[in-house]
Design a protein around this ligand. Structure first.
Ligand code: NAD
Length: 302
């Protein structure tokens, strides 16, 4: 193997420790801690497990955590009223509504009702606009793209003038990470190309990339011959390709595969993220960072 592994599991731990220390010092100096509310509607098992992990992490870093579980048949107006309540609650700095919501609720309406200054997921149009403008306008970069940028930078990969190719143009990964990497600044300033399903020659674009970010949701899409020797390869894809029995628990677990042919790619790339254990663990760390920053903006210490 030639590539250096970029382990999100390790970086996630580093960031959580940094947040924990900062929360403790703000608490000591100012007597306040960041407040995060996680709103879960219904009992979707995947949503329950994501929320459980978010709650556990928020508690671990010393936040005030409010877990607000609502029944699947809550009306849209009742959910909007709940968001309004948390918008006005001074002890809450971040509001997270776990998606997906039941079909009778308009997700867009709900996300747009969150106060943009408490929108720690960064999905509100105001925060999408702030991200587009860049610089000091940016308050809450969306968590998965922010995690990707953090992995690149903490690995010591030079982004200045680098050719970045992003595979995928979704609103939650492809478009925001492309936008973040082209901004002026220390951790970006790259030349960015976005490729997608209508791109004519995917391979030739990927082969130019100093930093290749793949978020297509197609297992093994990126072949080793599409990778420039020494490139930094960030595989965002998380694809369930089967099931196996876990050696640890004896229970059935999903077999996960990324969008990059990892085994072959690691012999060519300079840096590469594994799946699982690469980008995945970073999303929650960045959610915690956004919530801490929300309090810091409010206190004028960001
Ligand atoms: P999406 O389906 O919304 O978007 C996929 C994008 O990839 C689209 O823009 C599409 O044009 C492009 N695409 C699809 N097939 C392609 C192909 N054959 N050639 C070129 N482009 C192609 O998906 P998403 O929400 O952006 O997620 C992408 C992947 O990242 C998924 O596997 C998802 O599970 C994973 N993901 C992981 C995390 C995390 O680890 N925290 C977070 C979000 C998404």
């Amino acid at each position: 193997m030639t590539a250096k592994l970029i382990m999100g599991t390790q970086v996630n731990e580093e960031i959580l420790k940094e947040i924990e220390q900062e929360v403790a010092s703000i608490k000591k100096e100012r007597g306040v801690v960041p407040g995060l509310v996680t709103i879960l509607v219904g009992e979707n098992p995947a949503s329950i497990s994501y929320v459980t992990l978010k709650v556990k992490t928020a508690n671990r870093v010393g936040f005030k955590e409010v877990q607000d579980n609502q029944p699947a048949d809550i009306s849209e107006s009742a959910l909007l009223a709940l968001i309004d309540k948390y918008n006005k609650d001074d002890s809450i700095n971040g509001i997270l509504v776990q998606l997906p919501l039941p079909k009778h609720i308009d997700e867009k309406k709900v996300l747009n009702a969150i106060d943009p200054d408490k929108d720690v997921d960064g999905f509100h149009p105001v925060n999408v606009g702030r991200l587009m403008i860049g610089g000091s306008e940016v308050k809450f970069p969306p968590c998965t793209p922010a995690g990707i940028q953090e992995l690149i930078v903490r690995s010591g990969v030079n982004t200045q003038g680098a050719e970045v190719v992003v595979v995928g143009r979704s609103n939650i990964v492809g478009k925001p990470i492309a936008n973040m990497m082209l901004q002026k600044g220390r951790n970006a300033n790259s030349t960015v190309t976005v490729v997608h399903t209508a791109t004519k020659d995917l391979a030739s674009h990927c082969l130019r990339a100093d930093i290749l970010i793949v978020a297509a949701g197609v297992p093994g899409l990126v072949k080793p011959e599409w990778i420039k020797p020494g490139a930094c390869v960030i595989d965002v894809g998380v694809n369930r390709v089967g099931e196996k029995i876990s050696e640890k628990t004896g229970k059935k677990v999903a077999i996960l595969r990324g969008d990059v042919d990892f085994e072959a790619a690691k012999e060519i790339a300079g840096f590469i993220t594994p799946v699982p254990g690469g980008v995945g663990p970073m999303t929650i760390a960045m959610l915690m960072k956004n919530t801490l920053n929300s309090l810091k903006f409010k206190l004028g210490i960001a």
